[in-house]
Design a protein around this ligand. Structure first.
Ligand SMILES: [Zn+2]
Length: 415
């Protein structure tokens, strides 16, 4: 390789890094003037102007007005461009798939939810996902599609986009490759809790919080652990499988992971339904008597009507969610724990019990420091997290988004 080509590559990398820096700077503290961006990043004003022009030509930012400055001309302000393009986020759950189409700032433009059978084969689920992505592309109606994010429960190899272990007996499914064979857009794949944590960081409750944990509660329990502003992934990339930490001895009920005594067997939606079934079997009077199927939604509706069986089962389940979260609080000392997932519709019943257990089971210094909040994205949290995977890639390398064809090419100056 010649020295000349080596230098060119290096400059391209530096420019890409500086574009990323300017875009992140605007993301963190928008709207900003060019002068403020220069002050925040340490880049000189000429370089900032060139980088801003580049980001404008890619459609990622735009001018939104002026701010009076002390002396001289009013400063023109730059903000993210919500219409930079649209993004598709897909959550593959154990018994459902959910897709959203959003703008660049994750405002949901369209959503689709599809129940699936936990017994459905891998091919059926993948076909459902491909159909939903096709629907999303149709609803994009010609808007520029920036990418497709996909989240799954279980172990995900993000670098290869492979579902290593999914509760429905999937092993080593090359999700990114399969989707890329059907759709010509960037595809990112991650574990649902990690993605939801990223979604909360970029678009939700944790925007300014560096140390927080996102706990997904549904068929299983998983956590996205954010430390110093970064998702903690562990040695193999599989950190956060907190649902399989043990709360009980080895004689207790089996978990789908093959072990016994796992936290999620006490606190997931099956556990909630089983508590209601046990009360009904003991002839406790309830609006849920004869309900078939007995779903989380129905239990929530019964609780809304003051049903004592539903309320008791929710309080007990919330307490077990809370005990596990207290363990996380004791371990990581987070400032915030966000709780979301498929049990979102009964979260208002779970949260008081969760907060009580965190107060009782974690050290007072830690429990006073932490707040426990529901996800601001509700049922869309993991799908928005999937979208955030695309956003994260664009923030990391804005050159992955091409310039609009009519953009004037600007000189590739240094920096
Ligand atoms: Zn387990």
């Amino acid at each position: 390789m010649s020295r000349r080509s080596y230098r060119t590559g290096d400059q391209t990398l530096v420019r890409s890094m500086n574009l990323s820096t300017v875009l992140r700077c605007i993301w963190d503290d928008r709207p900003l003037s060019r002068t403020t961006i220069a002050a925040h990043t340490g880049l000189n004003k000429t370089t900032v102007s060139s980088l801003v022009t580049d980001l404008e030509q890619r459609g990622l930012i735009h001018e939104v007005g002026q701010r009076e400055s002390s002396g001289g001309r009013p400063a023109r302000l730059l903000d993210l461009n919500a219409d930079a393009g649209v993004m598709i986020g897909v959550e593959i759950g154990v018994d459902f798939c959910r897709a959203v189409l959003t703008d660049f700032l994750a405002a949901v433009l369209w959503r689709e939810h599809c129940e699936t059978s936990p017994l459905a084969g891998q091919d059926d689920i993948i076909q459902t996902v491909l159909t939903m992505i096709g629907d999303a592309v149709e609803h994009a109606a010609g808007s520029r599609i920036l990418g497709i994010g996909v989240t799954l429960r279980g172990l995900v190899d993000t670098s290869r986009g492979v579902s290593v272990f999914f509760p429905n007996q999937w092993r080593n499914v090359p999700v990114r490759q399969i989707i890329s064979e059907h759709f010509d857009y960037p595809v990112a794949v991650d574990n649902d809790a990690n993605a939801a944590a990223l979604g909360e960081r970029l678009f939700g409750a944790a925007g300014t919080v560096d140390d927080f944990i996102y706990v997904v509660v549904g068929m299983g329990i998983g956590a996205g652990i954010c430390i110093n502003g970064q998702i903690y992934r562990g040695a193999g990339g599989y950190a956060g499988e907190v649902g399989h930490t043990k709360l009980l001895h080895s004689n207790s009920r089996p978990c789908h992971c093959g072990q016994r005594g796992c936290w999620e067997t006490l606190a997931n939606q099956y556990a909630l339904v089983e508590r209601v079934q046990a009360a009904l079997a003991a002839n406790h009077p309830s609006l849920l008597a004869g309900a078939n199927p007995l779903t989380v939604e129905r239990i929530g509706e019964a609780a809304d009507a003051g049903d004592p069986v539903a309320c008791q089962a929710l309080a007990e389940t919330g307490a077990f969610v809370g005990i596990g979260i207290a363990n996380l609080v004791n371990t990581f000392n987070p400032k915030l724990v966000v709780v979301g997932g498929a049990m979102y519709n009964v979260m208002s019943y779970l949260l008081p019990a969760i907060r009580q257990q965190v107060d009782e089971c974690s050290s007072s210094e830690l429990s006073q420091m932490v707040s426990i909040e529901p996800s601001v994205h509700g049922r869309d949290a993991c799908a928005i997290g999937a979208v955030a995977l695309i956003t994260q890639d664009i923030l990391h390398d804005p050159t992955s988004v091409p310039r609009y064809k009519n953009a004037v090419r600007i000189p590739e100056e240094r920096g």
